[in-house]
Write a protein that binds this ligand. Structure first.
Ligand code: AMP
Length: 214
C-alpha cells in the first residue's frame, strides 16, 4: 500500500501518518523531517537545504531528487505513507518515475482540507519534543505538564518556521505549488478528501476504513 497524505501545513496529516505508521507498522516517510535531519547532521547539503526551509520556500527539485534517491527509492517496506511529498508537479513526476522503476503503484492520495484561519492557529500553537519528535498543540493536544514532553520529559521546542511570517509564506507556497497537483490525483480517481477540522480519532477511523487497514 502506497498512500500520499496531501494538505496544507498544520492540517494534521503528519499526526495521522505517525499514528497509522505506529499502529500498522507502515513506513511514515515525512519529507520535512528527513530534510530537518539532514540540516541537523551539519552536512553541506543540510546547509543548502536550510536556506529554503528557514524562509518557507520549497527545497529545489535537484535536492529533493538526491533525498529521494538516498531514502525512498531503496525502501524495502511496501506499506508507505508519503507525508509532504510530492509537493509540486515535478515532484509528482519524480514519484511516478520511482514507483514505476520499483514496480510499485499508488493506492490513493488523501487531501486534508482545512481553512487558513484554523491552520494559522494550529501552527502558532504547535510544539515538538526535540528528543522523540512527538508533536503537541498547546490548545488541542497539550502535554500533561506545561512545556514538557509526556514521553521523554524533555523541554518542548517550537519549529523555527512556525512563526507568523514564515507560516504565511508556507501557505502561499502550498496554494501555488502543491494544491494544483490535487487535480492530477482527482483525474486519476485516486483522491479522497478528509475534513481535517474533525477530531483526531474520527479522522483516524475514517482513514483506516479508506485504506482498508485492520
Ligand atoms: P513540513 O515539515 O512538511 O512542514 O516541511 C518543512 C519545510 O521543509 C517546508 O516549508 C519546505 O521548506 C521543506 N520541504 C518539505 N517537504 C518538501 C518537499 N517535498 N519539497 C520541497 N521542500 C520541502
Amino acid at each position: 500500500m502506497i498512500a500520499i497524505f496531501l494538505g496544507p501545513p498544520g492540517s494534521g496529516k503528519g499526526t495521522q501518518a505517525a499514528m497509522l505508521a505506529e499502529r500498522y507498522d507502515l513506513l511514515h516517510f515525512d519529507m520535512g523531517r528527513v530534510l530537518r535531519e539532514e540540516i541537523a547532521s551539519g552536512s553541506e547539503l543540510g546547509i543548502e537545504i536550510r536556506k529554503f526551509t528557514d524562509t518557507g520556500a520549497l527545497v529545489p527539485i535537484s535536492i529533493i531528487r538526491v533525498i529521494v534517491e538516498k531514502t525512498l527509492r531503496s525502501q524495502e517496506n511496501n506499506q508507505v505513507v508519503l507525508d509532504g511529498f510530492p509537493r509540486s508537479d515535478e515532484q509528482a513526476d519524480l514519484l511516478d518515475d520511482v514507483l514505476r522503476e520499483t514496480n510499485k503503484k499508488l493506492d490513493g492520495a488523501f487531501y486534508f482540507n482545512l481553512d487558513d484561519s484554523v491552520i494559522i492557529e494550529r501552527l502558532v500553537n504547535r510544539r515538538f519534543c526535540p528528543v522523540c519528535k512527538t508533536v503537541y498543540n498547546l490548545v488541542t493536544a497539550p502535554p500533561k505538564f506545561e512545556g514538557i514532553c509526556d514521553k521523554e520529559g524533555a523541554v518542548l521546542a517550537t519549529r523555527p518556521d512556525d512563526n507568523a511570517s514564515v507560516i504565511m509564506k508556507r501557505l502561499s507556497v502550498y496554494r501555488m505549488e502543491t494544491e494544483p497537483i490535487l487535480t492530477r490525483y482527482r483525474s486519476a480517481d485516486l483522491l479522497s478528501e478528509i475534513d481535517a477540522s474533525l477530531d483526531i480519532q474520527v479522522i483516524k477511523t475514517h482513514l483506516e476504513s479508506l485504506l482498508r487497514l485492520k
